[in-house]
Ligand binder design. Structure first.
Ligand code: AMP
Ligand code: ZN
Ligand code: FE
Ligand code: FE
Length: 287
């Protein structure tokens, strides 16, 4: 069994890439996707750690995309290490650092100062990127809030007083860049429970398919059974690949277990075989 969606300390997961691989080996996964937010920095350590284990690393990235219709996560698998996507990721890292500086400033103005070194320590990594979940944990330790949800609801969520935006890709640009980078584009967990009805999301999906989307997560730890059924229905309608996984983050999302999706089970290997076949077709110029 496999899990194609997991985070490490390169973004906001709590396990280092090597620890993630060790955990995957321990629970008997044959492949694990390293899909950090807006960075591929976890790949190298994960690949090195996988040597001598039965775990294959599926190199991926979870891109934050935004355009007037909404903000969505898009997974890119098997993008080349030096490619249009990795060039974009470097720009995104700079935008994130600037954005984080604004959040520190906003929290100071709200008289809830947080030190960067504190957030850095909480991230568990010397160089991984800092995200809002890390800010939330620091705010809990400082006694400003009781829990992560309160930190987001009152301060860090989009539109709240400590929030600051960062420039991001549109979904269309992200799909194009993933293909130009030799990779496969899979829409991560369409936000069925947020501000979209199933019909609106289906119309959204239709646009992404026109832009060349390859697949959609049909398996996801936080899908309800109904949401998973919707994802499978639209996948068939648009003739897309299936994808998915747990979205494991370690202690940052303690209820999510590596290797578990909405059914409690991991994904079958054949899902990965089809993604690899698509990658090969994209690279051969006939997606
Ligand atoms: P960042 O990449 O720093 O903007 O942080 C994004 C992460 O913050 C997401 O992956 C979620 O884990 C978390 N997040 C964003 N919005 C919320 C929210 N409204 N409530 C709880 N967590 C959120
Ligand atoms: Zn995350
Ligand atoms: Fe996501
Ligand atoms: Fe994720």
């Amino acid at each position: 069994m496999i899990d194609l969606h997991a985070h490490t300390t390169a973004s906001d997961g709590s396990l280092s890439p090597a620890q993630l691989v060790a955990h995957a080996a321990e629970i008997g996964l044959s492949a694990v996707g390293v899909t950090d937010h807006d960075t591929v920095d976890g790949w190298e350590e994960a690949l090195a750690a996988s040597a001598g284990t039965n775990v294959k690393i599926v190199p991926g990235v979870e891109l934050s995309t935004s355009y007037p219709r909404g903000r969505f996560h898009l997974l890119g698998y098997y993008i080349r290490p030096a490619s249009p996507v990795t060039a974009t990721l470097e720009k995104i890292q700079v935008a994130r650092k600037n954005r984080n500086g604004e959040i520190f400033e906003n929290l100071r103005e709200l008289e809830m100062p947080v030190e960067e070194s504190h957030v850095r320590r909480i991230s568990g990594s010397k160089s991984g990127q800092l995200g809002r979940p890390h800010f939330a944990l620091a705010m809990i330790e400082l006694g400003y809030v009781q829990n992560t949800q309160e930190a987001f609801d009152k301060y860090l969520a989009d539109g709240q007083p400590a929030y600051a935006t960062k420039a991001v890709l549109t979904p269309q640009d992200a799909i194009e860049q993933i293909h130009q980078s030799g990779g496969v584009a899979i829409w991560a967990h369409p936000p069925l429970n947020k501000n979209f009805s199933p019909d609106e999301l289906e119309a959204e999906l239709g646009r992404w398919v026109d832009w060349g989307l390859d697949g959609i997560e049909t398996h996801y730890s936080r899908y309800t059974i109904e949401q998973a059924a919707w994802a499978e229905k639209v996948r068939l309608k648009f003739d897309l690949l299936a994808g998915g996984g747990s979205d494991f983050h370690g202690t940052s999302k303690p209820d999510v277990k590596l290797g578990q999706t909405q059914t409690g089970a991991a994904l079958p290997d054949e899902i990965l075989q089809k993604i690899k076949a698509r990658r090969d077709a994209i690279r051969a110029g006939k997606p």
